[in-house]
Design a protein around this ligand. Structure first.
Ligand code: GLV
Ligand code: MN
Ligand code: MN
Length: 417
């Protein structure tokens, strides 16, 4: 059947929700609805195998590339020229069941519904799950999609060492997902990703759909602060070189910078490790991370410089040495206005309430935007909670978003740029 202009297929909401819930059993966090499937872990392997089985059951051509990205296409030629969707199935250590997983399983649902309708596609459809989007175990985040678009070499990916001392290449080999497909990968015709908002904007306003215009810039820094380990009872305060005191002051400084800059600037210290981490010992070293984000590149650069200056002053005053390492740095991204307009128009046609908005979280779509026209659809996150097992999106919103994804992907199969 040829696709009459502007028509779509009806997705099967129950099948979508069943798949989300089945995948969420893997790495389930006891007593919660959340998941822990860190990149390249045993749980990630189990999740990958399940999704690949579903892809193969639909008769799709499945390719696995040299960094473990998995792409399933309706064409035996793979993703070249396809209208692609997808996201990730890895999670942060204390994640929810929707972050990333929705986008992948919604893509699978759209393809299943399209194949069942016997539609004669003008371009193939493809659904991907990219490796290590979260970056919690191995920096940077969006690692797989970054490599897919040629922004990081396979060699550099494989040698990344994680916070737990393991190395990406060895873990990828261990779980059997170092595949033969080339990376960088094939250039799609377009890429559209469905994701939960992970923030409070849509939920608070009672809106159905976020039409995402772009993704804010991300800057991740790791600081190693080295002082003098000593006795907690005998070392006078004036004679200390305490790296934890500096870490605390830097944490407050990062927060102050974000509050002073205002706008979309945010700052987070999410990881702190003390050595030797004992009650009666002034620490020798502290390792901490700082996550800065802003939609405005100049403002983000200002925040980075300001934090560096304040850190140097605070460390000097305490006699503490600072070593700084960039874990991730991505400039803000603007999505293709033609794709953004298309999503908004299709949502309006369905009678859905929408809001144009930036994404506060990082996404694989921001990498795909480097090689093809790209956009994103958000659905609400209840109370704006995410990166937390309590993350929740109502079933109705999962289904509405997936239907809009179907409308958008099918419309894009008919568009020529
Ligand atoms: C990735 O999910 C990020 O925004 O931290
Ligand atoms: Mn995500
Ligand atoms: Mn995430």
């Amino acid at each position: 059947m040829d696709l009459p202009h502007g028509s779509s297929v009806s997705i099967n909401g129950a099948r979508l929700v069943d798949r989300i819930n089945e995948l969420a059993q893997i790495g389930a966090i006891d007593g919660t609805r959340g998941c822990s499937r860190l990149a390249f872990s045993d749980a990630d392997l189990e999740g990958r195998d399940l999704v690949v089985t579903w892809m193969r059951d639909l008769g799709l051509t499945v390719t696995i590339d040299a960094v473990g990205n998995v792409i399933a296409s309706t064409s035996s030629d793979g993703a070249a020229g396809a209208v692609m969707t997808g996201s990730h199935i890895d999670t942060v250590g204390t994640g929810g069941r929707y972050d990333g997983n929705l986008g992948v399983l919604a893509g699978l649902e759209v393809i299943e519904a399209t194949l069942a309708a016997g539609i004669d596609l003008q371009r193939p459809l493809a659904v991907a799950f990219f490796s290590n989007e979260e970056g919690s175990r191995y920096p940077p985040d969006m690692m797989g999609s970054l490599a897919y678009v040629g922004g990081m070499s396979v060699e550099s990916v494989l040698e990344v060492k994680g916070a737990d001392g393991t190395v990406v290449g060895q873990e990828l080999e261990r779980i059997g997902y170092r595949g033969p497909a080339p990376c960088p990968g094939a250039v799609p015709h377009a890429y559209v990703e469905l994701h939960i908002e992970q923030g409070p904007v849509l939920d608070r306003a009672g809106l159905s759909i976020g039409v995402v215009e772009g993704v804010q810039g991300i800057s991740w820094t790791e600081l190693l602060l080295t002082g003098q380990s000593n006795h907690a009872g005998t070392t006078p305060m004036t004679l200390r070189r305490d790296p934890m005191a500096v870490a605390a002051a830097v944490t407050v400084a990062a927060r102050d910078i974000a509050l002073e800059l205002g706008g979309t600037q945010v700052a987070t210290v999410g990881s702190l490790t003390l050595h030797p981490n004992l009650v009666n010992v002034v620490p020798a070293h502290v390792t901490m991370t700082i996550d800065l984000r802003n939609t405005d590149e100049e403002a983000l650069q200002f925040a980075e410089r300001d934090l560096e200056k304040r850190t140097a002053q605070l460390a000097k005053a305490e006699g503490v040495e600072v070593k700084s390492r960039t874990l991730a740095r991505f400039e803000p991204v603007e999505f293709d206005s033609r794709v953004v307009d298309q999503i908004e128009q299709l949502a309006t046609t369905r009678g859905l309430s929408t809001k144009r908005m930036p994404s506060g979280a990082g996404h694989d779509a921001q990498m795909l935007a480097r090689i093809c026209p790209t956009g994103m659809i958000f659905v609400p996150s209840v109370d704006g909670i995410s990166h937390n097992p309590a993350e929740h999106t109502d079933e109705q919103d999962l289904i509405i978003g997936t239907q809009l994804l179907a409308d958008t992907l099918l419309a894009l199969t008919e568009v020529t740029w």
